[in-house]
Design a protein around this ligand. Structure first.
Ligand code: XIL
Length: 318
């Protein structure tokens, strides 16, 4: 039987997984699964500002380099995540009393250094992550506070100065046509009108309880494509929900993975990254914000890295 990576590669599709450096170093079944089954990767945390910046004037690229090197060594497409976000900021950040100008210079230098370092090795960057609040307004962040909406313009411009990677805006809860994706549509249309160098949008696709109609996701993908943007699925997981009968959970999950892969093929979206490798290291094992809505086990491989029905659904579909 062909692996998922083989069937995907054969039809020009990128199937990805998110990696952490520790499992890559310590767990052979983990890295073998990645090497054999995926042709794309994203570092899960290593390229975020907090992990990268132990102090204001220092960088620690150890984990990020290890993951990016692994991707390159195995001929994989590498997504960089993420240059600008309001979460996982460095600890020292809290105590820093900066002026708006200092913050802007700091962000510019950060983007130049990080995107520049991986100029030849990172294929796509999530330049800005989650800039829109759930009510559709610009999220109040340290970046918006100092620069207003223009922080997005600047971030994309700074990135384009040092890399040829394709540049994405990435967000959650905007996978289908809804109020949030409407707001993002307007935001990105305005960026394009201002000639900001943005190439695409990442739909995170964390399905924790809600499973929007695949038709609506396809429609959403299409409208962004019609703006001239590339659309990728960047952080997919499908948690079990209370609505799934316990005996059929894996089948329900597989059916939804299949429907999303079909929406990709139908629209020409050629990249689908799942957020993790196997259930044992999914972020949802720690993140328990909505325990009434879902349980975990959201990925294509189980705790032992054995393929689940969702895996077979994707190999069938692709
Ligand atoms: C998560 C990681 O998976 C966790 O390990 C970390 O503790 C918190 O961040 N949206 C994103 C990702 O864009 O960066 C988040 O990753 C998950 C939600």
């Amino acid at each position: 039987d062909s692996s998922l990576k083989e069937v995907a590669t054969d039809r020009g599709f990128r199937i990805g997984a998110t990696l952490n450096a520790q499992s890559l170093r310590n767990d052979p079944s983990y890295w073998k699964t990645v090497r054999n089954e995926f042709n794309a990767i994203t570092p899960e945390n290593a390229l975020k500002m907090g992990p990268l910046r132990p102090a204001r004037n220092t960088y620690d690229f150890t984990d990020a380099d290890a993951i990016v090197d692994f991707g390159r060594a195995n001929d994989m497409y590498v997504r960089g995540h993420t240059l600008v976000w309001h979460n996982q900021l460095p600890n020292w950040f809290q105590a820093w009393e900066y002026t708006d100008e200092q913050l802007e210079t700091f962000l510019r230098d950060h983007i130049h250094t990080v995107a520049g370092r991986y100029r030849a090795t990172v294929d796509a960057w999530d330049v800005v992550n989650e800039a829109v609040a759930d009510d559709g307004t610009l999220r109040e962040t340290v970046w918006a506070d100092a620069m207003g909406e223009k922080y997005l313009d600047r971030a994309f411009r700074w990135a384009s100065e040092v890399t040829d990677a394709t540049l994405y805006y990435n967000d959650y809860g905007a996978d289908a046509v809804n109020e949030k994706s409407d707001s993002i549509y307007t935001l990105l249309s305005n960026l394009l009108e201002r000639d900001v160098p943005i190439d695409g949008i990442g739909l995170q696709c964390h399905f924790l309880g809600d499973r929007p109609a695949p038709e609506s996701i396809a429609e959403n993908i299409r409208r962004f494509q019609e703006l001239g943007l590339d659309v990728q699925i960047t952080e997919m997981d499908v948690a079990f929900t209370a609505g799934d009968a316990p005996d059929d959970r894996c089948q329900e999950q597989a059916a939804y993975y299949r429907a999303i892969a079909e929406a990709c093929l139908e629209t020409g979206c050629d990249t689908l990254v799942q957020w993790g490798v196997n259930d044992a290291n999914s972020w949802l094992r720690q993140f328990k914000d909505f325990p009434e809505r879902y349980t975990d086990d959201p990925l294509l491989f189980d705790d032992n890295c054995d393929p689940k029905p969702a895996y077979h659904a994707l190999t069938d579909t692709l």
